[in-house]
Design a protein around this ligand. Structure first.
Ligand code: PNW
Length: 466
C-alpha cells in the first residue's frame, strides 16, 4: 500500500476487510432466556437514574430471535466480516464454573449462519457485560476476574474455534475502567479512582491470560480493541498545553499500549497511579503476560480530544488526576451525541500508532449518531452519516498512503441499538430499527456502504444517498 498511487476517488488495498460491528447487550435482548445469568448492565440499567428514560437491554433489537434476518441484511450489504460479541453470562451464568450449553448454542447458530453467507466472523469476548456474580466478588478490581476471563475465553474458543479465526479479547478497556469505576457513567457505576486503576490492570491481565489461552488453542488471529484518544494540545506552541496533552495521552493511550506492546507501564503513569493506589496489585511478571504478541490492534474512533492547561480546573470525572487540565467543548460540526467531527484526527491517530507501536491496525468501530427516522417515502435519508463515514474512510486512505498497515474497517453499527447510558435515543445504525415493530429498514448509508464495499473504494458515484 505505502507509496502506491491511489485510483481516482481512492481505492483500498486488495483484501481490505469491510465489516460492521455490534455488541451483545446492545442488540440481543432475551436477557432471561436459555439460562442466561445477569450482567452488570442488567443491574445498572434497572437502577433508576442510570440510563436515559430507564431504558434497558431487555428486548433491544431482539437479535437473539432475529439473527437469521439480521445476517441476511449483512449479506445484502456485502459485508466481508461481522464483528459481534459474546455475552459471558450466557456462557457461564455465574462467570465461573458450569457452562450453559444453550447459551453457547446461540453463538454456534449465529456463527454458522454467517459462514453460510460467506461472512467472516470476528468475535469480541468482552463488550462490557460482566456476569453480576463476578461483580459481587469485586469485578475488575480483583485479580480473580482476570483469571476467570481466561477460562471463559478457552470455553468459547473450544466451541467456536473451528469456525472463528479472529478473536478480540476486550472492547475498550478504557471505558470499562474509567467510565465504570471513576465517573461511574457506565456499569458497575463506581466512583473511585483507585478502583479504576486496579481495573485497568486486571483488564490488561485478563487480556494477556486470555490471549495466551487463545494462542495455545490455535487461534489464527488474536487482538484487543482500544479506543485510543486522538488528543492534541489546544495550542501546540504552548508548553503547558503540550504537557496537559501528554498526561491525557498517558491515561488514555500509553497506560494500555505500553504494557500491551512494549511490556511495561510508562514510568510517568506508574507515578500517576501511585497518587491513588499503591501498586501492590501489579505483580512481577504481569507485564510480561500482558505483552503476549497480538496480530492486530483494534481501534475504535469517533472524535478528537483537545486539552489545555488551566490552573484551578477540577479533574475530569472520566480522567482521574487531571486537575488543571481543561477539555475543550466540541467545535464545529457535531453528531447527535455531541461529538466533534474531525476525520483528519483519525489520520493523525493512525499515523502515530503506526510510528510508535508498529502494529497492524484494524478500525473496529467508527460511526455517527443522528436522529434518523423514515421519511414520507418510507426511506431513511441519512446524508449526514454518509458524509461522516466518507470523511473517515478518506482519512483511512490518507493513513494508508503514509504507509500505515490498516487491514480493514468496521462501521459502528450494523443497526440502531441500546446506546449504553443514552438508551435508545442515540441511533448509530446503518439499518434503522423501529423498536415497536422491530422492523429493520436499511438507511441510505447502508446502500452507500454497499457500493463502497462493492468498489473496494470511494468515488463520487458511490455517494448515492444525496
Ligand atoms: C463505544 N464515552 O462506546 C462502544 O464500543 C460501543 O459499544 C458504543 O455503542 C459506541 O462506542 C458509540 O458510543 C463508547 O462516553 C461509549 O466516552 C461512550 C463513550 C465512549 C465509547
Amino acid at each position: 500500500p505505502g507509496g502506491e498511487p491511489l485510483a481516482p476517488g481512492g481505492a483500498f488495498p486488495e483484501g481490505f476487510v469491510w465489516g460492521a460491528a455490534t455488541a451483545s447487550y446492545q442488540i440481543e435482548g432475551a436477557v432471561r432466556e436459555d439460562g442466561r445469568g445477569l450482567s452488570i448492565w442488567d443491574t445498572f440499567s434497572r437502577t433508576p437514574g442510570r440510563v436515559h428514560a430507564g431504558h434497558t437491554g431487555d428486548v433491544a433489537c431482539d437479535h437473539y430471535h432475529r439473527y437469521v434476518e439480521d445476517v441476511a441484511l449483512m449479506a445484502e450489504l456485502g459485508l466481508t466480516s461481522y464483528r459481534y460479541s459474546i455475552a459471558w453470562p450466557r456462557v457461564q451464568p455465574d462467570g465461573t464454573g458450569p457452562v450453559n450449553t444453550r447459551g453457547l448454542d446461540f453463538y454456534d447458530r449465529l456463527t454458522d449462519e454467517l459462514i453460510g453467507k460467506g461472512i467472516d466472523p470476528v468475535v469480541t469476548l468482552y463488550h462490557w457485560d460482566l456476569p453480576q456474580t463476578l461483580q459481587d466478588r469485586g469485578g475488575w478490581t480483583v485479580r480473580e476476574t482476570a483469571e476467570a476471563f481466561a477460562e471463559y475465553a478457552a470455553i468459547v474458543h473450544a466451541r467456536l474455534g473451528d469456525r472463528v479465526g479472529t478473536w478480540t479479547t476486550l472492547n475498550e478497556p478504557w471505558c470499562s475502567a474509567y467510565l465504570g469505576h471513576a465517573s461511574g457513567r457506565h456499569a458497575p457505576g463506581i466512583q473511585d479512582p483507585a478502583a479504576a486503576f486496579r481495573a485497568v490492570h486486571h483488564l490488561l491481565l485478563g487480556h494477556g491470560l486470555a490471549a495466551r489461552a487463545l494462542r495455545s488453542a490455535g487461534a489464527r488471529s488474536v487482538s484487543i480493541t482500544l479506543n485510543p484518544a486522538a488528543v492534541f494540545p489546544l495550542d501546540p506552541e504552548n508548553a503547558a498545553d503540550a504537557e496537559a496533552a501528554r498526561i491525557v495521552d498517558g491515561l488514555h493511550n500509553r497506560i494500555f499500549l505500553d504494557p500491551l506492546l512494549r511490556g511495561a507501564y510508562p514510568d510517568d503513569m506508574r507515578e500517576h497511579m501511585t497518587r491513588f493506589t499503591d501498586l501492590s496489585h501489579i505483580r512481577d511478571g504481569d507485564e510480561t503476560i500482558i505483552n503476549v504478541p497480538i496480530d492486530v490492534l483494534g481501534v475504535n474512533f469517533y472524535t478528537p480530544v483537545y486539552v489545555s492547561a488551566r490552573p484551578g480546573e477540577p479533574a475530569a470525572p472520566d480522567n482521574p488526576g487531571t486537575e488543571g487540565i481543561a477539555f475543550r467543548a466540541p467545535v464545529g460540526p457535531i453528531t447527535d451525541i455531541g461529538w466533534q467531527i474531525e476525520p483528519a484526527a483519525l489520520t493523525k491517530l493512525l499515523d502515530r500508532l503506526h510510528a510508535d507501536y508498529g502494529v497492524p491496525l484494524l478500525i473496529t468501530e467508527n460511526g455517527a449518531a443522528y436522529p434518523d427516522g423514515p421519511s414520507a417515502d418510507g426511506e431513511v435519508h441519512d446524508a449526514d452519516r454518509i458524509d461522516y463515514l466518507d470523511g473517515h474512510l478518506r482519512a483511512c486512505l490518507d493513513a494508508i498512503s503514509h504507509g500505515v498497515d490498516l487491514r480493514g474497517y468496521f462501521a459502528w453499527s450494523l443497526m440502531d441499538n441500546f446506546e449504553w447510558s443514552e438508551g435508545y435515543r442515540m441511533r448509530f445504525g446503518l439499518v434503522h430499527v423501529d423498536y415497536t415493530t422491530q422492523r429493520r429498514v436499511p438507511k441510505d448509508s447502508a446502500k452507500w456502504y454497499r457500493e463502497v464495499i462493492r468498489r473496494n473504494g470511494l468515488d463520487d458515484r458511490a455517494r448515492i444517498g444525496e
